[in-house]
Design a protein around this ligand. Structure first.
Ligand code: HGY
Ligand code: MN
Ligand code: MN
Length: 433
């Protein structure tokens, strides 16, 4: 950066001061806060289970809000529990910069998925405040409600409603395993307000940044400090219900059976083989839920439920698998005398991150001497939906052996510190005018 000192030296020195003040991240504080947040859980540490609208979820919200308020941010919570913590800029009428992630955790997950993006954003703001910096454009942390599909079978309910692809009526049709609907449960958890107020107005934000663990092994294996996400793979979820006649495990001979567990097993292996036949390296498929009923060792399974997650960075390749799957499931059911039904729950499209933000993150990392690489995200995130309404990008920090959605998930304070520092520098850069 070149300064012409023969005029307005005080202006030049202020600019020099702002841009070049060292951003100090308190990595121990972030680490302590992550550990504390992990205690609001229905599982024994190091595992974390924090399901939407449960008492532990509510306790975690209160903890996050206390941290935001302690940092001098103004907090609002919307009708479904998305939390917004705002650092008001000098020009509050300008569209703010948003940054954040989610804090729910699927059963027996880890302590870093999502939470690094919220507590990292908070630390980024605190570190900028410490330098005496004042943003022109407000900066707002988002703690999204319900990124995981655990309770209502659909991922990213909070960000989908913010961007409007999930409308209130459809949201109210979501039910949990007990058959309770979304609206009843959110109200029982203390969230009221008109659901139509959740959707953000166009242009509400100017940028969105999400810090997240990579949930893959590449950065750690290559020894790269941060990953700059170029695109986010898109998920799809299919529910397959299988009905048979069941019967006595001793009395019904094998040729007379229409055992739904066997049909489900054949379908599971079919899903695995279709992924390699029709997909590519980035095509992944998982039968994450496989439930049989009635659930007695000497009673032939007569109903089986499969929840299937199929995703790819190329939507058309994924969609070809979905179409073939439906046809082949019908054939298997026909041959086995099972009554089967495939229901598509969601089929989302990949998101491209903003080139402008990708360049800014890369520039920021370089200036800080932090190594980076551009990469795709195979996991989905709230950024997948925020990218529909605002230029968005993600920054990954490495995690131990790429582990995630398991208790061994881990990112070190040093790894997190580098990611937070890049986010802080980028937020400062984006908010200065
Ligand atoms: O499944 C995902 O990609 C995200 O972690 N919910
Ligand atoms: Mn997750
Ligand atoms: Mn996540």
């Amino acid at each position: 950066m070149k300064f012409n000192f023969d005029h307005e030296p005080e202006l030049a020195s202020v600019q020099l001061l702002e841009k070049d003040i060292e951003i100090q991240i308190d990595k121990e504080r972030v680490s302590d806060e992550l550990k504390k947040l992990a205690t609001f859980s229905d599982a024994e540490l190091p595992a974390v289970t924090r399901i939407l609208y449960t008492p532990k979820d509510i306790e975690a919200r209160a903890y996050l809000i206390s941290l935001f308020e302690e940092a001098g941010l103004s907090v609002r919570v919307d009708a479904i529990g998305n939390i917004f913590a705002r650092w008001e800029g000098e020009n509050p009428e300008l569209p703010a910069i948003a940054t954040g992630s989610h804090f729910d955790a699927l059963p027996l997950a880890g302590q870093y998925d999502g939470t690094v993006g919220i507590l990292g954003a908070l630390e980024a703001i605190r570190s900028l405040k410490k330098t005496g910096y004042t943003p022109k454009r407000s900066i707002e942390i988002l703690a999204f409600t319900s990124e995981e599909p655990t309770r209502f079978k659909l991922g990213c309910v909070g960000s989908r409603m913010l961007e409007g692809s999930l409308d209130p009526k459809t949201a109210c049709e979501l039910t949990d395993d007990d058959g309770l609907d979304f609206d009843t449960i959110r109200k029982n958890a203390g969230f009221s307000g008109d659901l139509s107020s959740v959707k953000l107005k166009p242009g509400h934000y100017s940028y969105f940044l999400e810090l997240h663990t990579e949930q893959g092994p590449i950065l750690e294996e290559e020894g790269t400090d941060v990953g700059i996400v170029t695109s986010i793979a898109a998920p799809s979820t299919i529910h397959i219900t299988l009905e048979g006649d069941g019967g006595h495990a001793g009395a019904v001979l094998m040729p007379e059976r229409n055992d739904t567990a066997c049909a489900g097993a054949e379908i599971t292996l079919l899903i695995e083989s279709l992924t390699s036949e029709l997909g590519g390296e980035d095509t992944v498929a998982t039968v994450g839920i496989f439930n049989n009923g009635p659930g007695a060792v000497n009673s032939i399974p007569r109903n089986t439920f499969l929840a299937v997650d199929i995703r790819d960075v190329y939507a058309d390749r994924r969609d070809a698998i979905l179409e073939t799957l439906e046809t082949r499931v019908a054939e298997i059911c026909e041959r086995r005398g099972v009554r089967g039904k495939c229901t598509l729950i969601n089929k989302d499209y990949p998101a491209q991150c903003s080139d402008e933000l990708i360049d800014k993150l890369e520039e920021q990392a370089n200036e800080m001497g932090i190594t980076s690489k551009r990469m795709i995200s195979r996991a989905y995130h709230d950024c997948l939906f925020m990218a529909h309404i605002v230029p968005s990008a993600m920054l990954f920090v490495p995690c131990y052996k790429g582990y995630s959605h398991r208790p061994e998930e881990y990112a070190s304070p040093d790894q997190i510190e580098k990611g937070v520092r890049v986010i802080a520098g980028t937020l400062r850069d984006l908010s200065k005018d």
